[in-house]
Design a binder for this molecule. Structure first.
Ligand code: MG
Length: 160
């Protein structure tokens, strides 16, 4: 079982006025933020699901149900850290992460390097060159509700 494993995670949250704008574990200065049972961090939810999926483990919604009071307003970094521990228990390690974030707000560009470094640290201190995040606009489409949607791909390999 030395072959690498790919994991894919996606998430979507509605953005609402007055909610804290959490993305990738950073707090953005933005008039809208994600609605959610936890802190609504779509990037961290997609990342968690990608990690769990690559390891063949139950997904975020199964392990941390949004019907459970204990996860209300949860810090989503705890989900990522739990997934990192879970893949280690499967004798796997994270080789790389690539993420795409679609939203009009917040703009990621100015904080992209900070975001990559924050994620790399959260992921157990992997090299920042192995963590990539791209922000994309919605290209003028105008849905009824403002959203943030995230797609994350991870590559895991056998633990060295
Ligand atoms: Mg979510």
């Amino acid at each position: 079982m030395n072959a690498p494993r790919i994991g894919l995670g996606t998430d979507l949250h509605v953005l609402e006025a007055g909610r804290p704008c959490r993305l990738g574990g950073l707090l953005f200065d933005c008039p809208v933020g994600p609605r959610g049972h936890s802190d609504g961090d779509a990037l961290l939810h997609a990342l968690t699901d990608a990690l769990l999926g690559a390891a063949g483990l139950p997904d975020l919604g199964t392990q941390f149900p949004n019907t459970e009071p204990q996860w209300k307003n949860a810090d989503s970094e705890s989900f990522v850290r739990a997934a990192v521990e879970a893949i280690a228990e499967e004798n796997l390690e994270l080789w790389s992460v690539d993420a795409v974030v679609h939203c009009e707000r917040p703009r990621l560009g100015p904080r992209r390097d900070e975001l990559r470094a924050h994620l790399a640290a959260m992921l157990g201190g992997i090299d920042v060159s192995r963590v990539n995040v791209k922000g994309k606009s919605l290209e003028g489409t105008s849905p009824d509700r403002e959203t943030v949607s995230v797609t994350v791909v991870v590559l895991l390999g056998p633990r060295a």
